[in-house]
Write a protein that binds this ligand. Structure first.
Ligand code: SAJ
Length: 423
């Protein structure tokens, strides 16, 4: 098969692995990023994000001269836009990067080219925002220039495996566009590829993450209800999930990341009168850092003066270095607003962060409470006896049902659990 020349705009968590994947499958790829640090690193065969095996793959692709980076686009057969679509302070989709990426490629477009939006976007983005910009090329959309949306579905930490093996949805502005996108991804995708319209693909992507967010909100609501009832939510969930058609999710200190905490707002923005459950779920999940603080206040209410809280883990989920939208960072903001708390943090996955202690013992010194905030594997075997020795009060508050209660209590700690209520 004739290998394509592909220009990928945006070398982040999705654009970079996608570029490396096409490049190691024989395509010539130009990766474009406005950040010179990213461009220079890539041209040396290096990456600046943490993702298993991605460094090896990028190195191979750069060495074989299949992958190069630049700050501006080059002529190509295919243009893939994979830039961020964050939300603004007032929870509206910020499409600035998509607009500038689209405008950037217009001068390079030729007859027969294919333009694919990968960025997660509100429904209608391809037809109402992207197409009008691409029309400035003078090419007839759908006949001379093929356009569509193919959202990624990969999970950070497993990106390379999931890029190849996940099923993929491809939405075109017409059938021909969708077919051309399918043929392109077939270069490395082993999963099924389903064809649809661009707008349906946009709705699918945002709804997949909304489904998870709403279900986590249900679990978080259950956690609060069980705390009031004095029963253990985790046991309720485990037993409910023995039902063949029930799959309750896990409660926790909140929902982070660049997807679940963001995408539902795209639906709410366009449908404020209709997206009631979605909006309430978002707010329920956003209330969890405050709820964790309320529990800490309750647990430590008898301690006079300044109290020290040791926070284990600050990333948005376990075993990664990604802190985007992390609910633990929000909890730290809330603790900072009070003058009766001192904070120390230990997260071996994060290189630099204020309050970061040098190790677990250093983090525990004079502490009143250990907060198990992120269930990193490395926290499964905490040196609790040694930590307890340097603490002022030996309380452990587990927000993930991660540690073994008997073991924690055997080491002389009071064990408190989110979703159970103070004992
Ligand atoms: N969380 C809970 N309880 C749970 C599951 C997760 O509180 O039962 C929390 C996590 O702690 C974390 C957040 O939710 O803070 C999100 O974590 P995640 O692992 O569920 O999702 P992401 O954001 O890392 O990746 C998601 C994935 N989407 C779905 O599973 C539907 C991934 O497939 C998408 O590619 C990605 O979003 C994306 O880019 O949209």
């Amino acid at each position: 098969m004739l290998r394509k020349k592909i220009c990928v705009i945006g070398l982040g968590y999705i654009g970079l692995p996608t570029s490396a994947m096409f490049a190691t499958h024989g395509c010539k790829v130009i990766g474009v990023d406005v950040n010179e640090k990213v461009v220079n690193a890539l041209n040396r065969g290096e990456i600046i994000i943490e993702e298993p095996y991605l460094d090896i793959m990028v190195q191979a692709a750069v060495r074989s001269e299949h992958l190069k980076a630049d700050t501006k686009p080059h002529e190509a057969d295919v243009f893939i836009i994979s830039v961020p679509t964050p939300i603004t302070e007032d929870k509206k989709a910020d499409m600035g990067c998509v607009i500038s990426a689209a405008e950037m490629i217009v001068p390079y477009l030729k007859k027969g080219n294919l333009v694919i939006l990968e960025s997660t976007s509100p429904t209608g983005t391809v037809e109402e925002l992207l197409v009008p910009i691409l029309e400035k090329s003078g090419l007839k959309i759908g006949e001379e220039l093929y356009v569509g949306h193919s959202p990624e579905r990969v999970l950070p930490g497993k990106i390379l495996w999931e890029l190849v093996n996940n099923n993929r949805i491809v939405g075109g502005i017409n059938r021909e566009s969708a077919e051309k996108i399918r043929d392109l991804y077939k270069i490395f995708v082993n999963g099924e590829i389903y064809l649809t319209t661009a707008t349906i693909a946009e709705m699918c992507k945002t709804m997949e993450n909304t489904y998870r967010d709403v279900n986590i909100a249900l679990a978080n609501e259950l956690a609060k209800i069980c705390e009031k009832a004095g029963i253990n939510a985790w046991e309720v969930i485990e037993l409910c999930n023995k039902h063949p058609r029930v799959n309750l999710h896990q409660p926790g200190p909140g929902v982070g990341g660049h997807c679940l905490a963001v995408d539902p707002w795209f639906i709410i923005e366009k449908n404020p009168e209709l997206a009631k459950i979605i909006e309430l779920s978002r707010k329920t999940n956003d209330s969890m850092p405050q709820h964790v603080l309320n529990r800490i206040n309750e647990i430590l209410k008898d301690i006079k003066g300044t109290k020290k809280v040791t926070i284990l883990g600050i990333t948005y989920k376990p075993n990664i270095d990604d802190m985007r939208e992390s609910p633990i960072v929000k909890l730290i903001d809330l603790l900072e607003q009070r003058d009766d708390y001192e904070i120390s943090v230990y997260d071996p996955h994060v290189k630099e962060y204020k309050y970061q202690a040098k190790d677990l013992i250093d983090a525990s010194k004079e502490s009143d409470l250990i907060l198990l905030a992120v269930n990193h594997d490395i926290f499964k075997t905490l040196p609790l006896s040694d930590m307890g020795r340097v603490m002022r009060n030996t309380i452990l508050f587990d927000t993930r049902d991660f540690l073994d209660r008997d073991d924690v209590e055997d080491k002389g700690f009071n064990y408190e659990l989110l979703g159970e209520g103070s004992r």
